[in-house]
Design a protein around this ligand. Structure first.
Ligand SMILES: [Zn+2]
Length: 288
């Protein structure tokens, strides 16, 4: 079952008609989803651009009728997402604004009994953290200009157990003070970490909170990152294959023990890595 949203573009009797379909039908908070736009005659569409949640869309088409792009729902989105589409054909460009309904992500809440400011980094560390965030953000921005690097399915970066899922909210006095923005995998120090898919190594660094990190740019806005590594086995500019070993599990940065923290982003929107595997993994959910 798929959701359809039909829009007649006005004004102009010859304007194209557009249907928007999403997979899954109701994308969840903090997830990656697929958007399918059907643009029908009489006005042919030669180029389709757009944005969702401030992130550029990267449409692909075989027939200039059905266009597909990935898009992401920020985890803090409340009930719907703004969509902007720009259709270019031999008529003047048409711009469509609409909204997509989204569903609540079922993320656990942890209630803190101690004030969260207890272990606050000092001002020098805070400046360093801000600079590192800016470097990570630059990787995300650049990925929108990188052509799609992958052809096959996305893979888990580690076999074995997930020790902490994406999205867990930490609450203090009824307010969400932080959220777990990746998926944690078990692993002993030195255990292998694999590239989730083909990409270019965009950044290898030692960060204050995240420890030794590798960021991969998969193109079309998709970025993966691997935190707390004991060792990195690639350097910036390297091209990696799906499943290539890129580093070792470690306990660098701010951690309580060795594990892999795996991050997936669409542009600057961090999504549940499991939603990427569900949509683009080896065994995508066939019911969606
Ligand atoms: Zn984590």
């Amino acid at each position: 079952m798929r959701g359809f949203l039909w829009l007649a573009l006005l004004p102009g009797a010859l304007a194209a008609q557009v249907a928007i379909e999403t997979v899954p039908v109701r994308p969840l908070q903090g997830s990656l989803f697929r958007m399918r736009v059907t643009a029908t005659a009489p006005a042919p569409v030669f180029e389709l651009d757009g944005s969702v949640a401030g992130q550029r869309l990267h449409f692909r088409t075989d027939d200039r009728v059905i266009w597909e792009s990935l898009a992401a729902v920020p985890v803090e989105t409340t009930d719907s997402l703004d969509v902007t589409l720009v259709l270019r054909g031999n008529a003047p460009p048409d711009t469509v604004h609409t909204r997509i309904a989204i569903g609540a992500g079922d993320y656990p809440h942890e209630t803190l009994r101690v004030a969260p400011s207890m272990a606050k980094p000092d001002s020098a560390a805070q400046r360093r953290i801000a600079q590192e965030l800016a470097r990570a953000r630059a990787v995300s921005h650049a990925s929108h200009d990188t052509p799609r690097q992958w052809t096959g399915p996305f893979l888990r970066p580690r076999p074995g157990r997930i020790t902490s899922p994406f999205g867990t909210a930490r609450e203090y006095n009824g307010e969400v003070t932080s959220r777990h923005m990746g998926t944690d995998f078990a692993g002993a120090i030195g255990a292998p970490v694999y590239a989730t898919n083909a990409g270019r190594v965009a950044l290898v660094a030692r960060f204050y909170l995240s420890g030794n990190v590798v960021y991969l740019d998969h193109g079309d806005g998709l970025v993966s990152a691997y935190f707390h590594l004991s060792r990195t086995l690639v350097k910036a500019g390297d091209v990696v294959k799906p499943g290539q070993r890129i580093g070792n599990v470690g306990a660098t940065g701010r951690v309580t023990g060795p594990h892999l923290h795996w991050v997936m982003r669409y542009g600057t929107v961090t999504v549940d890595p499991m939603s990427v595997l569900g949509l683009l993994g080896e065994m995508p959910d066939s019911t969606k």
